[in-house]
Design a protein around this ligand. Structure first.
Ligand code: SF4
Ligand code: SF4
Ligand code: SF4
Length: 352
């Protein structure tokens, strides 16, 4: 894996601050109910209204520019197979048979729940994940090192990895349509749902809507808002007419914020987290040493070239001087010889 300097320094900045499991803002609150972002948004999935049309899936792929699936979204036969989210599908709808009402199917939309205290963020020692004040848990691919602890940590088995991408693979998951939220737009899936099975708003208002529905229709709903307290709370909330455990949703998670569970479940991670800064510092030192060695080698080579050039120049100069000397001597000899010959000739003319 090639490391750009920017990325490397990004790691150093993130890792160098110490054990993030303990300091992450994502787990700043260790109470059962995280209230750090009271104005954050949430989305309610009213399972009793969902008809499994997959419009939300289609909208999600469209707004996130994800590839079109092999089978078109209009093909509802895919609902017969239990699916999980992938790098090419941030959300999937699964079909369940209702034990209480065997003649009815129950459709459950699945995506990142945007936990109030995300396990993925607490497990990520380079801080690639961030819980935003708006509620979305965002991911920064530019600092991700691909260790995939987030995938192990997530209790909802959400993050997916671009295994088929040779260069710079990313962790992929629902973004809660953060870019759209910031522009004041509805999340794509919410806008597309033809049955109003999805409702977007401030979390406190969404909780009130959910409570009102349960209060007004106790025959229709079980008395439980899934996500209000699970794992310390999530930004996707669910209403159902059947027990959540019967439709593939874990009810064994408790109300403990995920980071606390993560640190327990990923016993090895804190050790690795502790080691990484040391390792990165080592790599950095080696690379600096290499740079220094390269610098020294470069200087030495230049010095040698200069010395060689000097030697060459001196030798050429000597040769030139020698040649000049020889030419001069030869010229003098020629001149002397000629003068002697001229004198001899003159003497012979005088005596004859
Ligand atoms: S559902 Fe999983 S991926 Fe999404 S915020 Fe929670 S821990 Fe992270
Ligand atoms: S794979 Fe997950 S845990 Fe690992 S660096 Fe990336 S985001 Fe963090
Ligand atoms: S909120 Fe956006 S990214 Fe998440 S499932 Fe809906 S459309 Fe997809």
């Amino acid at each position: 894996m090639s490391l750009s300097r920017r990325k490397f320094l990004g790691w150093m900045g993130a890792a160098g601050t110490g054990t993030l499991l303990k300091n992450s803002s994502a787990n700043a609150a260790s109470n059962a109910y995280f209230s750090g972002y009271p104005n954050s948004y949430a989305i309610l999935h009213d399972i009793t209204r969902c008809v499994g049309c997959r419009s939300c899936e289609a909208a999600c792929n469209s707004v996130n520019e994800l590839p079109v699936p092999e089978k078109p979204f209009a093909d509802l036969s895919v609902l017969e197979t239990r699916r999980r989210t992938t790098a090419k599908a941030y959300t999937v709808v699964n079909k369940f048979s209702s034990v209480a009402k065997p003649d009815q199917s129950v459709y459950v939309k699945k995506q990142c729940n945007h936990c109030l205290e995300p396990a993925c963020a607490s497990a990520c020692f380079v801080r690639a994940f961030k819980k935003t004040p708006e509620g979305a848990v965002t991911y920064d691919a530019s600092v991700c090192v691909g260790c995939r602890y987030c995938m192990i940590a997530c209790p909802f088995e959400i993050p997916a990895y671009e295994y088929d991408k040779a260069l710079e693979p990313r962790v992929m998951k629902c973004t809660m349509c953060y870019p759209r939220i910031q522009k004041g737009l509805l999340p794509g899936c919410v806008q597309a749902c033809p049955k109003e099975a999805l409702t977007f708003g401030k979390r406190k208002d969404i909780l009130k809507i959910a409570r009102d529905r349960i209060g007004n229709h106790p025959d229709r709903y079980i008395d439980h808002i899934y996500g209000e307290r699970e794992m310390g709370g999530t930004s996707w909330l669910y209403l159902s007419g059947v027990p959540f455990s019967s439709i593939g949703m874990r009810e064994d998670l408790g109300v403990t914020p995920a980071p606390e569970l993560t640190s327990g479940a990923l016993g090895a991670v804190p050790i690795v987290v502790g080691l990484w800064p040391v390792l990165l510092t080592g790599i950095y030192a080696i690379s600096r040493r290499k740079e220094k060695v390269a610098e020294a080698e470069k200087r030495e080579a230049v010095d040698m070239a200069v010395a060689e050039t000097r030697r060459e120049a001196a030798s050429q100069l000597d040769a030139a001087l020698d040649k000049a000397r020889k030419e001069r001597d030869s010229a003098v000899q020629q001149a002397v010889k000629k003068a002697l010959e001229d004198a001899k000739k003159a003497q012979q003319e005088e005596t004859s």
